[in-house]
Design a protein around this ligand. Sequence first.
Ligand SMILES: N[C@@H](CCC(=O)N[C@@H](CS)C(=O)NCC(=O)O)C(=O)O
Length: 359
Amino acid sequence: MPITLHASPLSSASQRVALVLHELHIPFDLVPVDMARNAHKSPEHLANQPFGQVPFLVDDDPLTDVIPLFVAPAAASSTTDNATTTATTTTEGAAATEAPTPAATEAPATDDSEATPAPAPAAEAAAAPEATPADAQPAQPPATPPFPSSRPPTPPTEPKEPLTIYESRAITRYLALKHLYTTSSAEPPAQSASQSGAESGVRGEGEGDGEKAFGSKKVEALVPSPGDLRAWTKFEVASSVEVANFETFAGRIGFEKVYKPRVSQEPDVAAYEAAYTQLGAKLDVYDKILASQAYLAGDTPTLADLHHLPLAARLFPAGAGALIDSRPNVKRWYEALEGRGAWRSVRNGVQSWGGEGEE
Ligand SMILES: N[C@@H](CCC(=O)N[C@@H](CS)C(=O)NCC(=O)O)C(=O)O
């Protein structure tokens, strides 16, 4: 299988990645990392995850194309700079390690790479006056579709280098963007995922409208179109909210009351209580946000919501479920996420998955 996940079955960061693999219907092999024997601190593991943590993922079949995230208005050479700068920035966000560099060094010569000159580094492009389309010519509406290209990836001309990625959220972004690009329908989505809940249009053999992909299963994009900057920014805000306002406190609660008892350690009650109070204050804000929208980045679920699940689920065995249950909008949101088939597949532990047998 092209995707290998090096992970510990019950670790929250490992579950985060496995959850998204299931959501996107991507089969994978699990290589269990024996943390009890400190395998995550071995030289072999550190070569792939230098912080000595799980998980990391290896994709033996990565995209070798430079993805055209934004199609510049026709005949506007200066906007080509703008377009490729956008692509560079987002590609860096997609993979924390080995992110393709702006120069199309590993991209085979394709129609797109020929049409779109290799971009200047972002800083240079920003500094160059000619890189500002507004200065150069009257504003033009961007051509549609902004993303993704309807063109399937070009077959590589030489063997692909496997791509190794660590940091769970960087892995999920990579997976979602790769999925969005490689499975896009011939017709671009009329609206971004965040606006419309647009499916990514995954198709099986002989399927016409994307709805029959994987039998009756629909696969949601889980990220908005990166070419839709407003939607993408909402998604980035929601993603940062999870890291800044949820993970630290929920992680502490789970660490003290779920992990420590599992390894026969005494919980630090003061640390637990402090985290409980702090998380409560943050979830008050979540409750307000979720009063006017179903999910954190809008009305459809994205990675930003799903990233919460492993640590949110631990709040219940940690005796902190009331933090969710006492806030009606948070409770509705959590229950919608927790009821997803992909979560049911990984909540009791991550296993290799061939792509079958999921609700
Ligand atoms: N930010 C990292 C965190 C990974 C992480 O903390 N993994 C834990 C298990 S959930 C781990 O490996 N802990 C062992 C250690 O830090 O030594 C990610 O999201 O991948």
